[in-house]
Design a protein around this ligand. Structure first.
Ligand code: G
Ligand code: G
Ligand code: MN
Ligand code: NA
Length: 254
């Protein structure tokens, strides 16, 4: 209740920030993209996680304004990275349910891409599997329109949303992100390793790139590389970073 009244003020006051978590190509170790993760630098409560306020923002509808700010901030980062020579690094943002269903979504993205003069392929949109499965027909239409704009589309949290492989085949997406749930117990849980290997090969057959989330150990990294997983994200490589930290991370690998 308190957050719902505070959030518009906080946005005006510049209390929301984005952190960026690198996603590395598992073969070359180069950063191919970064996931933008929203945080609230609250004056009394400190750094507040989106888990504490996204659902409130969804309920009040404030997520639409907040989501627009996230999109603009991501486009600014894409432009700044491109100016520094990192024009092949994508920025991925998370879309929640209300944003994905917003009738203004497509026009807002199109306008923002034009305004910031970015390469649309450098903008990646993460949409959870469970959100896509709520209404597959409508989701397919929206995803097709997004691809038509030239943006990159990723299925987030894949594997816990009970989608049938038959639906997956019909979804026009570029990237599949395997949920951390399957990664966290590798190499101790044989069944997780088999499921992960199966998801990777299925995604590759459907011409999708695969990102594994939540990689924390070298054993997980090694297993995923052996299974030809394309990209990895997790604390083993980097925590979410603020923009200056991200720039040093990008420069360090050159
Ligand atoms: O960032 P972790 O950093 O704690 O993120 C927690 C959850 O919040 C994740 O499910 C993530 O997808 C979601 N999240 C992070 N940033 C954003 C954002 O900008 N918009 C939306 N809708 N969700 C976000
Ligand atoms: O739901 P989504 O995948 O968008 O959210 C990403 C979440 O995962 C963020 O909260 C981010 O901080 C967290 N995260 C990223 N890497 C790791 C990791 O290696 N281990 C754990 N436990 N969480 C991670
Ligand atoms: Mn995500
Ligand atoms: Na996820």
């Amino acid at each position: 209740v308190q957050f719902s009244r505070e959030m518009p003020r906080a946005l005006d006051a510049g209390e929301f920030i984005l952190q960026y978590q690198p996603q590395l190509d598992l073969t070359s170790s180069r950063v191919v993209s970064v996931e933008a993760l929203l945080r609230w630098e609250h004056p009394n409560k400190g750094l507040v996680s989106p888990d504490a306020f996204i659902s409130v923002a969804e309920e009040t509808g404030f997520i639409v304004s907040l989501g627009r700010w996230v999109l603009e901030e991501a486009c600014l980062t894409i432009r700044e990275m491109a100016a520094l020579g990192f024009d092949d690094v994508r920025v991925a943002i998370n879309l929640s349910s209300r944003q994905f269903r917003d009738p203004q979504l497509l026009s807002m993205i199109q306008q923002t891409i034009a305004e910031f003069e970015i390469n649309p392929a450098n903008l990646e949109l993460e949409i959870t599997e469970s959100l896509l499965m709520q209404d597959v027909e409508v989701a397919i239409e929206t995803l097709q329109a997004l691809q038509h704009l030239g943006v990159t589309v990723a299925i987030d949290d894949f594997g816990i949303g009970y989608s049938s492989f038959n639906y997956l085949k019909t979804l026009p997406v570029d990237v599949l992100k395997i949920d951390r749930e399957f990664i966290k117990d590798i190499p101790d849980h044989q069944d997780d390793m088999e499921i992960t290997a199966a998801i990777i090969s299925m995604a590759h057959r459907l011409s999708m790139r695969v990102v594994a989330e939540g990689i924390e150990t070298k054993a997980q990294h090694q297993f995923l590389a052996e299974q030809s997983c394309d990209v990895g994200q997790g604390f083993l490589f980097s925590q979410p970073l603020n923009f200056p930290e991200l720039l040093s991370f990008l420069c360090r690998e050159l």
